[in-house]
Design a protein around this ligand. Sequence first.
Ligand code: NAI
Length: 259
Amino acid sequence: MSGLAAFDLTGKVAIVTGGNRGIGRAIALGLAQAGAAVAILARNAERNAEVEAELERIGQPTHADILDVTDRAAIAQAVGRVERALGPVDILVNNAGNTDISGGVLNQSDEGWDNALATHLTATMLLSKSAAQSMQARGRGKIINLASMYSIFGAAALPSYAAAKGGIVQLTKSMAIELAPHGIQVNAIAPGWIATEMTEVAREDPDWRDFNAMLMARTPAGRWGEAEECGGAAVFLASAAADFVTGITLPVDGGYSVF
Ligand code: NAI
């Protein structure tokens, strides 16, 4: 397959966790625009319905379901419901995430630590396990995990988040090696500083003005990224154009990680 056809996702079934806002929503819409049937699994029913309506307007089959990705027992059931609604899953995007700004390990709560690892790392493993069992039977599949600049750099104020995101990169590489013989590619996207609700405080709060200025000075592009700018990277990694790409972490960061 060559040319633009290699990016066509027509007939594919995708799951995006946390897909009802921010980067997850942008990825869900991008995958649907490329032709995929998209399921979003997230916690807020009202927001799920809003994005489901947006997906329907694109014209692809869609499905939205409530899932808290830290609820281990619910994961395989949710994937099963997607498959009954849309068909076997071809693409999994492990996007759900939150931040735990504890201020550092000296101030780190057990709850914050456990939740960060459960939300990012354990959920990514369990969702991937569930989806890969299905993909393996068909000898193909794509798993895309959301990493971070804090997968690479340390974060004194949010060590749980940085530890979890660092783990995502190693989990991505490990699953890529294991699953390559089954025709399943596993990659990560590492967004730089993207304007979403998660990062609103850093953009809007006067107390964070110096931090915001430091970020922009350190980002060669000199601006915050838009959630939609992660959509194209996801379409590429989900497509046949990336069939020989596995185990990588692709920065979408305006050059932050190379400066
Ligand atoms: P966001 O806060 O706008 O959206 C995150 C989504 O995940 C929300 O729908 C939220 O409800 C959902 N979520 C959180 N915990 C969940 C749980 N336990 N179960 C189900 N859903 C849950 O954040 P944003 O910016 O869109 O982030 C998306 C991903 O990208 C996250 O993994 C984040 O860590 C990562 N990321 C974001 C960056 C940024 O600058 N915005 C930078 C680097 C990584």
